[in-house]
Structures are given as C-alpha cells and as structure tokens.
Design a protein around this ligand. Structure first.
Ligand SMILES: [Zn+2]
Ligand SMILES: [Zn+2]
Length: 361
C-alpha cells in the first residue's frame, strides 16, 4: 500500500464540517508539497452550480469536511524539487480534476473525465492523505500535482478567467469533439454560465450563433455576446422559421424540457449535445431517424484541452462575464444562482476577503 501523503499546513476555507450546516469559514489541512506538487495561493474561485449541490448535500452523501470550488486561479508560492512546468510567481489555474490513473486509454488521450479508474475530482474524491478526500478551491491555498495545473495567459483578467476552468471547458470540449468550426451554425439553449461561454467561444471559432431562450429578458445580452440571432422558444412562428437551419444544438438547460421539438431546428446530420442534466429526458426515435440526427453528451474536458482553451481565450481576449463577490456573500450568491440572477458567473474574491474572522451573511 502506498504511504499516506503527509499533512502540511492548515489553511482557512469556506465549507462545512457537519451535515446540513450553513457554509462558513473552517480550517482545513493541505498535504505537504510533494516533489511534483505545486502550492497555489488562491486568488479567485468561480462559483459553479455543482458547488451548491455539493455543499447542500443534494447529491447524496457529501464527505466532511466539505469544501467545493473547481474554478481556481492563483499564484504559485512553492514547488516540489521535481516540478518543471511552473516556477514561483506564475499565475496558474486548477479546474475540475487534480489526478487520474494517467495510464488508461482515456487518460492517454487526454480524456481525463472518462478515466477507467475514475478521475480524482478537485473536491469530494477519495485520496490517501490525512483528510481522506479532496477539498476544493474555496480556500486560501491548494497543493496539486503539476500535471493537473494550467497556465493562465497574462493578458486576461484573472478573476474573469476562473469560470473558463469549468463552465468554459464544459462547452469547449464538446464543440471540439463534435466538430464545431468556422461556418457551422450553432444554436445554444440557455444563456447562463455555460451558455454565455458557448456563445463567445462559438463566435470566436467562426461559427454563426443563434441563442434559444425561453424569455425575452436576455435578448440584448445574447446580441452583445456575439449571437447573430435569438429565437424565443415559445414563439411558434420564429421557431418554425428556424427549422432545418442549424448544424449543432448545445443544450445547457438542466430543467425538464422538450428535446424532440429542438431537433426540428437541426439540418440533416445535425448534432444535439446535452450538457445540462435534466431529471428526465424523452426522445422519440423519429426525431433522430428522420434526419440522421446525432444525440450526444459531454462532461467537462481534458487537461491538455483545457490548456488549449485557455490559450485560445488568451489569443482572442475571451473571459467570462462575472460578478466578483466576497466570501461573506456565498449563501446570497447561491440563492441568486437558484433564481438565475447572475450575469453570468459569480467569482469569489478569495485573496481579498477570506480570513478566519469572516462571518457569512
Ligand atoms: Zn463546475
Ligand atoms: Zn485513467
């Protein structure tokens, strides 16, 4: 059996120690910096909807203590003796995974999320350290193997980069995998954290983008983000006019909705990609058969692929639209996320506001 990773420093974090308690500042132990490890002093961490499910224990048992956060941007403050990719002072990112088997077919092809052994998520995955499971980025510092650390382009706003590490890669990976390219017509359902990144990235790839929205409230935003068309899904005429015009639909909605009617928009050989985990999904075979439609899904992305995304964003000057909040606002931010009242991602100002005296409002 491999020896347990030795404990290192104690740092402040935002999380829970006991079932169902309110999120607050707790103390956690990070492992000692190993030979291949990088210690990241966290500056910013994006708030992902998954963080809320995890802290509120809505996905079954949450291992305690629990600290979420997988959209991490910070500064390297210590490195192990065999680290070659990073040096002290570099600005780096950590996304949804901090380890995997690294040898299976999927890991070898940079498909870490689909690792045969199960990848080690940045929070909530079992590991052999003194805590016993991973603790995420709502914390002062994190220790991560350099292979799972990403380089952040210097020209980008570091707070606004954070959401690229989950929301960004979650839409980028399927766009690359399923073949979105210059000239594609991409329809994006849902203009939230994922959807707004999908619009920006598809436009930068040279695709034509149509935003599909339930309400008219976000029409202006859609055009500002680069969409060339907006279809309100309840507008029967507009929906009919858009039939058979789209190559890809990126469906980011996690509430129940009618996927069959969406396929009307696709051209023959079109693809619909599900990113939102709606509780139930009914698909009529004819929705697929009659136009040879492909139905796919996708989970986050690989590490090399995430670096490619960051480099692409550096080149095209793309970041997320964010609202930066102090850690004392975490519960308020969660409430607003549940009401879709954010344009388009909250980011926690960790370095500016996290200390052990903070009282969560
Ligand atoms: Zn996430
Ligand atoms: Zn693997």
């Amino acid at each position: 059996m491999v020896a347990q990773l030795p404990a290192g420093e104690t740092v402040s974090a935002l999380g829970i120690n006991v079932d169902k308690e309110k999120t607050h500042v707790i103390e956690i132990t990070r492992r000692e910096v190993g030979v291949k490890d990088v210690r990241v002093q966290i500056q910013y961490c994006g708030i992902c909807h998954s963080d809320l499910h995890f802290l509120r224990q809505e996905w079954g048992s949450t291992k305690l203590p629990a600290v979420p956060g997988h959209e991490i941007v910070g500064i390297v403050t210590n490195i192990g003796s065999e680290v070659s990719k990073y040096k002290i002072g570099d600005t780096v990112g950590v996304g949804c995974f901090v380890d995997s088997c690294r040898t299976c077919d999927y890991c070898s092809q940079d498909s870490v999320p689909y690792c045969k052994e199960g990848a080690t998520a940045t929070y909530g995955s079992d590991i052999n350290d003194t805590v016993g499971h991973t603790l995420g980025g709502y914390s002062e510092a994190i220790v991560v193997d350099e292979s799972f650390v990403l380089s952040i382009p210097k020209n980008l706003d570091y707070a606004a980069v954070a959401p690229l590490l989950c929301a960004g890669i979650t839409v980028w990976s399927p766009m690359k995998h399923y073949g979105v390219k210059a000239g594609s017509h991409v329809a994006i359902l849902g203009l939230g954290g994922l959807g707004h990144m999908a619009v920006k990235l598809a436009v930068a790839l040279g695709a034509k983008v149509t935003v599909l929205s339930r309400s008219s409230g976000r029409i202006e935003d859609a055009y500002r983000l680069g969409a060339s068309n907006v279809v309100i899904t309840s507008d029967k005429e507009a929906f009919a006019a858009a039939a058979n015009t789209v190559d890809f639909i990126i469906d980011t909605v996690s509430a129940d909705h009618d996927v069959n009617s969406l396929t009307n928009l696709l051209k023959p050989d079109g693809t619909i990609i599900l990113l939102g985990a709606s509780p139930s999904l009914t698909i009529s075979p004819f929705s697929l058969i009659m136009k040879r439609i492909k139905l796919g899904g996708s989970l986050v992305g690989g590490i090399k692929e995430t670096q490619e995304l960051l480099d692409f964003c550096g080149k095209h000057n793309i970041t997320s639209d964010i609202e930066l909040v102090g850690v004392e606002k975490i519960e308020k931010a969660f409430e607003r996320i549940l009401k879709s009242d954010v344009k388009f991602r909250f980011v926690l100002d960790i370095a500016g506001t996290l200390n052990k005296n903070v009282i969560v409002e």
